[in-house]
Design a protein around this ligand. Structure first.
Ligand SMILES: C[C@@](CO)(OP(=O)(O)O)[C@H](O)COP(=O)(O)OP(=O)(O)OC[C@H]1O[C@@H](n2ccc(N)nc2=O)[C@H](O)[C@@H]1O
Ligand SMILES: Nc1ncnc2c1ncn2[C@@H]1O[C@H](COP(=O)(O)OP(=O)(O)O)[C@@H](O)[C@H]1O
Length: 303
């Protein structure tokens, strides 16, 4: 068995493992549309305690297997964002060592939680660890941008404001731990369809919003809630048109006395509710699960 030069043996042999946390857009303002059709946005992004899990076995040939409840929807072929990211990286840095990836797909697919982007970012982190590259390596960053608009923000998985189409990242923000319930009514939505529903002409800019999109670095929970209360998700309206269950999920969350704020994440259909502590969030999740047993609901922390 060959041991790769930058590989640190782990208790599980030579398997390298990365978590791929769900991304939550706490706010999302669409500020315009580029001539190429991509939308410009400003979004405060945080990452959840729940997510997928990706492992890399460097002693096997390059490949991918997928298990878990989202395996079929994510697909295990070359179109999977894990392999897309690896190919983008290897095209920029020929000679890198790869291996066999296994994805445990726990997150709902096409859900506004950036699961595929987070998986792609986890694949790039695994490749970086295996080959002794930094996450700031130009090839890693370029591969992230080439794989998808949400992949750069998922690379280090830290809360921050993203702008442009997701390629401009503000420095990481010290956010207090937020306690959330994520609810997906099991209606997959294609991101492109939701953006298209905005009906914004290519090459137009919107009036800038004067509200700050992010709370101050290191502020408390109540300040975060105050900033978020003045913010919005501009994709909520077109997403609700495509999936009426979103309005139902938001109404259910807002009917819970302990829910401080409820909003959609990304292009939906997942919505999140914020609670004061983890017990309140757990109670909220139980109430949603009792009302809609077929929906996906998780109590988790965000940071
Ligand atoms: C909306 C957001 C918010 O975080 O998240 P999700 O809902 O996907 O989780 C992202 O901008 C999604 O990023 P991502 O899912 O990586 O998008 P991509 O694969 O690059 O693009 C899919 C399609 O969405 C549209 N798109 C995407 C990003 C963007 N800023 N403007 C767009 O118009 C384009 O039609 C593009 O062809
Ligand atoms: N690893 C992956 N996980 C999820 N979806 C994937 C993955 N690889 C490719 N896809 C495809 O990417 C699309 C977007 O999936 P996903 O990242 O879950 O969406 P969203 O960002 O809205 O949560 C889906 O159509 C899915 O088939």
């Amino acid at each position: 068995m060959t041991v790769q030069p930058h590989l640190r043996p782990t208790p599980a042999g030579h398997l390298l493992v990365e978590r791929a946390p769900a991304k939550v857009n706490l706010s999302l303002h669409v500020t315009g549309r580029r001539a190429d059709g991509y939308h410009l946005l400003e979004s405060l992004v945080a990452f959840a305690g729940c997510g997928d899990r990706l492992s890399l076995d460097p002693v096997r040939p390059l490949g991918l297997t997928v298990s878990g409840p989202g395996a079929e929807a994510a697909g295990g072929g070359q179109d999977n964002l894990v392999l897309r990211a690896v190919h983008h990286l290897m095209a920029r840095r020929p000679g890198l060592v790869a291996g066999h990836f296994h994805l445990d797909k726990r997150l709902p697919v096409a859900a506004g939680l950036g699961g595929g982007s987070s998986d792609a970012a986890a694949a790039l982190r695994l490749m970086a660890r295996l080959n002794g590259l930094g996450l700031d390596d130009p090839a890693i960053r370029a591969a992230a941008v080439a794989t998808g608009a949400d992949v750069p923000v998922c690379l280090d998985g830290r809360a921050r404001v993203m702008a442009g189409i997701g390629d401009l990242l503000a420095p990481p923000l010290g956010l207090p731990r937020l306690f959330a319930v994520l609810v997906n009514p099991r209606t997959p939505l294609a991101t492109a369809d939701v953006f298209r529903g905005l009906g914004l002409r290519a090459g137009t800019m919107r009036e800038p919003t004067l509200q700050p999109v992010a709370p101050a670095d290191g502020c408390g929970r109540s300040e975060v809630l105050a900033v978020l209360a003045k913010a919005r998700n501009d994709l909520e309206a077109p997403a609700r048109t495509l999936s009426p269950a979103i309005a139902e999920a938001l109404a259910l969350l807002r009917s819970l006395p302990e829910c401080r704020l409820a909003r959609m994440s990304g292009s939906g259909a997942t919505v999140f509710g914020l609670f004061d502590d983890c017990r309140a969030a757990a109670r909220g999740r139980r109430a949603i699960a009792a009302a809609r047993p077929a929906w996906w609901a998780r109590a988790t922390s965000l940071r």
